[in-house]
Design a protein around this ligand. Sequence first.
Ligand SMILES: CSCCC(=O)C(=O)COP(=O)(O)O
Ligand SMILES: [Mg+2]
Length: 230
Amino acid sequence: MKPVILTDIEGTTSSISFVKDVLFPYARAALPGFVRENADKPEVRRWLDAVATEHGTMCDDDMVVEVLQGWIDEDRKHTALKALQGMVWEAGYTDGDFTAPLYPDVAPALRRWHAEGYPLAVFSSGSVPAQKLLFGHTDDGDLIPLFDAFFDTEVGHKREAGSYREITARLGRSASDIVFLSDVVEELDAAREAGMRTVLLDRREDYPGPRLGDAANGHERVESFADIRP
Ligand SMILES: CSCCC(=O)C(=O)COP(=O)(O)O
Ligand SMILES: [Mg+2]
């Protein structure tokens, strides 16, 4: 059986600047209007209440929006923020305000691996709906049919080995049959602790200084999907 290829998004399939300079500013600007118009919907209320509870009982929706905007500025990988960002980005993608650029080596490799029978999966801090929006609106077209599974921080955080154990169980495979691709060494450390194979994506556009030797912490290191041998 072919190994599962499990990939991160930001810094691995798409540039960090697309997330920081396009997606985050869009979400920051659109959040107040989105919350005003959608706060009564249960799927939105659930996350607003989660933020209010975490922040303090006297937190109204305007304050929740301010907290969320602060978290965007800090790049907090908070599940409530990520869920709400995904809902906000939906309008951006469907109105054609932006599409998702992938690194040029990504779509050809994903298509080739899929054609060769490698199951493909995603693990990102972005919510599963946000992941599907991104892969459904790439500059290379709709790539969702290539993927077998999507995971977000509802399985746990990306720097914790337990998250990778949970993904392994959900995929019904042994951890050594899963190859995790990421630009973040601490995420790869957690995946390796759970028994997965790991590959560090060390892209010059995102990380000007190559992460060689100790900086790669023993993980296989590549600069392009074209160099990965799953
Ligand atoms: C898939 S949605 C946009 C990315 C995002 O919000 C994010 O936090 C990406 O984190 P990753 O785990 O893919 O590095
Ligand atoms: Mg990343």
